[in-house]
Write a protein that binds this ligand. Structure first.
Ligand code: TYD
Length: 192
């Protein structure tokens, strides 16, 4: 099973993925986590480019769209291991949301694996800004508002559970478990 977490900055994807992984492992599942951009050579190149002052320019965003698609092609074989649950921090859905021209981005990502389950960590923009304060981020309120809307719109195209990420860590974690459990063929109360 391939589970993808998506959401705007400050939604708590990293923390929740770790908590879900630990819970699934405690219940006997084998779990592998992934982060996009990955730790491959292409992924490292992406992170360097993201730090450049011109990273948000149209030209560089197009270069990034190509690199993100290439980075994801590199990990395709890791997603085929059916003995494990694979949980990914971002996916091609991030490219559809963050890079312009969704039609072109869709073509580039034609072979990218579609999630069996998308967990959309939905967060209001004010909370996102408050949580990421002091972090070096280009994402202003207007950008975050548009990004959140794009996520909510795109979520309709996938098997998706929308989680209210404004709540505290433990409440969110319990909501994530409740959302995932039925897809694993177990009821949330039947496992730890
Ligand atoms: P991430 O590591 O989640 O952000 P942060 O450094 O704040 O923890 O992702 C890195 C950035 O890459 C983030 O701003 C979103 C962006 N991104 C895209 O623009 N397109 C993509 O396809 C992906 C996977 C990420």
């Amino acid at each position: 099973m391939y589970i993808v977490f998506e959401g705007i900055d400050g939604a708590g994807k990293t923390t929740q993925i770790q908590m879900l992984k630990e819970w699934l492992e405690a219940n006997g599942f084998r779990v592998e986590t992934l982060v996009e951009p990955t730790d491959s050579e292409v992924g490292r190149l992406i992170r360097r480019i993201l730090e450049r002052p011109d990273a948000q320019s149209e030209g560089v965003q197009r270069v990034l769209a190509l690199l993100f698609a290439a980075d994801r092609m590199e990990i395709m074989n890791r997603l085929e291991d059916e003995s494990k649950i694979i949980i990914s921090d971002r996916s091609f859905i991030s490219s559809l949301v963050y890079q312009d021209d969704p039609e072109w981005v869709s073509v580039l990502n034609k072979y990218a694996k579609r999630p069996d389950l998308l967990i959309l960590m939905d967060l209001d923009v004010k909370t996102s800004v408050a949580r990421t304060e002091g972090k070096d981020t280009f994402e202003n309120e207007e950008f975050l508002t548009v990004t959140r809307q794009k996520y909510l719109e795109l979520s309709k195209d996938y098997t998706c559970e929308i989680i209210d990420a404004t709540n505290g860590i433990n409440k969110v974690s319990s909501d994530v478990k409740k959302a995932v459990a039925p897809y694993l063929g177990v009821c949330p109360d039947c496992i730890l």
